[in-house]
Ligand binder design. Structure first.
Ligand code: TXA
Ligand code: MG
Length: 320
């Protein structure tokens, strides 16, 4: 790594200009977005995007989304954008939504894994947005984690995996949202939600009518190319205990059974468990708070190498 830049408290514009030139020269950069950290390179350069696959150990069958800074940039990489797609773009961009569009020839095959569509997102995080503007090209950026593992929501969790593989690291502190973007693809005029995220099904339905919850369909015809690949891998055994009246008792039963347990639970229940380590994920039902903390705490729990990690599930509320 050549450079570490601390932008936790301040977005440094002149530094971002220098980093933009790294992007323009086919380098790769680790940087924050409002969802999770990304590992980015010039999305129009095959040579640059190859470096991302290599750094992550990612299968080249799994396409990478492009981050853009304005509608013109979207139109430079995507074609035949429908009225509904424009409506989704205008409503949710910039923000935590990725939309799958028909790609133009300018987008290299390596970005789309040879397919004819490309995922596009306009981040609202200032550092990411400014970096794209300064680079003047779309930045191909998957989540900054080794392939298969949890997305990185703070630098501490990922710097060891990437410091020798990237040309620059920007520290933006903790990710505001902490979960990856919602992914939507309009098929025959109907939005399919390929991956859930901070933009809810209900928000999309409100402006686009009925939606298909593709992410609930784990079969072969799921539209997400990475559907059959491993995700969110951790080393230790992990048990998710469903929400409901019996949740606390169910967790306690597991605590009786094992000696060395790490519990990840809501603030309200943190005092109820007699475990070696109890990690507080946030106030019960406050999903924004829980999503902000969950990946960091799962990594922390995993580092402790317990017999088992127990996670309190949250109410399955599909917001519709
Ligand atoms: O919030 C986010 O989306 C973060 C930040 C860094 O922008 N990025 C992110 O990228 O989560 P990644 O690569 O970890 O996840 C992108 C997902 C993958 O599951 C990939 O298979 C899918 O998007 N994807 C990419 N291109 C696609 C396409 N053309 N059609 C369908 N799915 C696609
Ligand atoms: Mg990812």
């Amino acid at each position: 790594m050549e450079k570490y830049l601390d932008m936790k408290n301040e977005v440094k514009l002149n530094e971002l200009q220098k980093i933009a030139s790294i992007i323009k020269n086919d380098g790769i950069v680790l940087f924050p977005t409002e969802t999770v950290y990304g590992i980015g390179a010039n999305g129009l350069s095959t040579k640059a995007v190859e470096k991302i696959y290599k750094a992550k150990g990612r299968s080249t069958k799994n396409p990478i989304n492009l981050l853009v800074s304005d509608i013109k940039m979207i139109e430079s990489v995507a074609k035949d954008i429908t009225e509904l797609e424009y409506k989704l773009i205008e409503t949710f961009f910039p923000g935590p939504l990725t939309i799958i569009l028909k790609k133009k020839d300018i987008v290299p095959d390596i970005v789309t894994a040879g397919g004819d569509t490309v995922g596009v997102r306009m981040p609202s995080g200032k550092i990411a947005l400014k970096l794209i503007q300064e680079a003047g090209v779309p930045i191909a950026a998957p989540s900054a984690n080794l392939s298969g593992s949890l997305s990185g929501t703070n630098l501490n969790d990922i710097i060891g995996d990437f410091k020798d593989k990237v040309d620059c690291i920007i520290d933006g502190g903790d990710s505001k949202i902490g979960l990856e973007s919602t992914i939507v693809k309009v098929v025959d005029g109907v939005p399919h939600i390929l991956r859930p995220g901070a933009i809810t099904d209900a928000q999309i339905e409100e402006i686009a009518g009925d939606v298909v919850l593709d992410y609930l369909n784990k079969q072969d015809n799921n539209l997400l190319p990475s559907n059959d690949m491993a995700h969110y891998k951790i080393r230790n055994r992990c048990i998710l205990v469903g929400a409901g009246n019996k949740q606390v008792d169910d967790v306690k039963r597991i605590l009786d059974e094992f000696d060395d347990v790490v519990v990840i639970c809501c603030n309200e229940n943190a005092c109820k468990y007699n475990a070696k380590v109890v990690l507080n994920v946030g106030n019960k039902g406050v999903l924004e708070e829980i999503s902000r903390n969950i990946f960091r705490l799962l990594r922390e729990a995993d580092r402790l190498n317990p017999d088992v990690i127990v996670v309190e599930g949250v109410e399955e509320k599909r917001n519709r």
